[in-house]
Design a protein. Structure first.
Ligand SMILES: [Mg+2]
Lengths: 295, 118
């Protein structure tokens, strides 16, 4: 998720091309952070020192860690600790960007500071983002008074990642009484409080979800495609009902509805979370305590 | 190999379950698109087994199960549930459901469940 958020930011800032964007994900699938990069990140070595050891390493048949210990830059314990960080999502991203010659770790750190300022985020929020932990990331994109929605939004995000696309990421969520859309699927879940979950989009923005979840090549977002989206919502709401039953809240799933010819949806103060799925933005909309209706 | 009737209001879910059942060598003799339709098809087709989605319009899966078991007390029914439908599952057991399968379908789970009752 961190990789998608940063890569998207890089494209928007014109710092990488669309080709580099897709190449970045190829690189990410095979990269592990190198010890030199980790040492710089941990403040144990300067970039210059790491480069020096890297260069020496190229001429001698020695591991980076052994060489850095021999040169007195690191202790063996520090090397052991660093080895554990090779799979770190943020450092792997930094390594991939460095391997591709796009930027070095220090540049990425600067960029994250810029991102933090532009989005008015706290340092702990940026740390949460770097952790790549969906439980910590998704709430960063929600309004501060949306605690009640945290469970359903997280279940929705995790289920989409499991059943549709592992590379989704959220945009800033907001409240609205109406959302424009051309097609959508929704399900009302009765309970105290009740809940409506709705996925809506324009044109073919829901197509990836429908095709992946329904395991079928739908040509457009037609009623059959929306039926697949509705079944995904049914699974999400079922998992939510299951989580709520642990709090002794009983919920009853109603048959989902879908429509491929709408002007939008409405409901009082709905929580709208735009989610990037594939290369399309889909609106995940939730309303606790009321129904959402198609308009 | 068994003759099976699939009852589910979702076309996607019927299609996915049909693919798994046919791959296992069973014959899907028909599909019902809601509880009422499912009951009528059950009477007409007399399948060895019926799968009943719980959340459906016009008669839900539990109501369809009641009618089916009243019509044929020996009828074998597998309920299809989303997670979090515990109350419905308890009701289904009361009305004689043989087994449960949770959506989204996993082939291994479907195989295991059918092996137990066929
Ligand atoms: Mg259903």
């Amino acid at each position: 998720m961190i990789a998608n958020i940063v890569a998207n930011y890089l494209v928007n800032k014109g710092l990488i091309s669309v080709e580099q964007y897709s190449a970045l994900f190829d690189e990410l699938s095979k990269v592990r952070a190198k010890l030199g990069l980790i040492a710089v990140h941990e403040g144990l070595m300067t970039e210059y020192q790491a480069d020096t050891v890297n260069m020496l390493q190229a001429t001698m048949d020695m591991k980076f860690g052994d060489l850095a210990v021999e040169k007195g830059f690191l202790t063996p314990d520090q090397v052991q600790e660093m080895l554990k960080k090779q799979g770190d999502p943020y450092l792997s991203l930094a390594q991939a960007l460095e391997n591709m010659g796009i930027m070095k770790l220090t540049d990425l750190d600067h960029l994250m500071k810029r991102y933090q300022a532009e989005n008015e985020m706290s340092t702990s929020s940026i740390e949460a983002l770097k952790s790549d932990d969906i439980e910590r990331i998704v709430p960063l994109f929600m309004p501060h008074d949306a605690d009640d929605y945290k469970d359903i939004v997280l279940i929705a995000a995790k289920t989409i990642m499991r059943c549709v696309d592992n590379n989704i990421y959220p945009l800033k969520a907001y409240y609205a009484d109406e959302v424009e859309a051309l097609n959508g699927a929704l399900q009302f879940v009765d309970g105290n409080p009740c809940l409506t979950t709705c996925f809506c989009g324009d044109g073919n923005s829901l197509l990836d979800i429908a095709c992946e979840f329904g395991k079928e090549d739908f040509p457009t977002v037609n009623e059959d495609a929306l039926d697949a989206v509705a079944e995904l919502i049914n699974c999400i709401n079922g998992l939510y009902a299951s989580a709520k039953s642990a709090e002794r809240i009983r919920m009853e799933l109603f048959p989902p509805e879908f429509d491929d010819c709408i002007e939008g949806i409405k409901g009082p103060r709905m929580l709208v979370m735009p989610m990037i799925v594939g290369d399309k933005s889909v609106n995940l909309v939730f309303l606790i305590g009321e129904r959402i209706e198609f308009i | 190999m068994a003759n099976i009737l699939i009852v589910d209001d979702s076309r996607t879910s019927r299609r996915m379950l049909r693919a798994i059942l046919e791959e296992m060598g069973h014959v899907v003799v028909g599909e019902g698109v809601n509880g009422e339709d499912g009951f009528l098809k059950f009477k007409e087709l007399k399948p060895d087994l019926v799968t009943l989605d719980i959340t459906m319009p016009k008669l839900d899966g539990i109501e369809a199960l009641q009618l089916i078991r009243k019509n044929d007390p020996e009828a074998k029914a597998v309920m299809i549930t989303a997670a979090g439908q515990r109350d419905k599952m308890i009701a289904a057991v009361k009305y004689g459901a043989a087994e449960f399968i949770t959506k989204p379908y996993e082939k291994e789970e479907v195989e295991k469940v059918l092996k137990r009752i066929l």
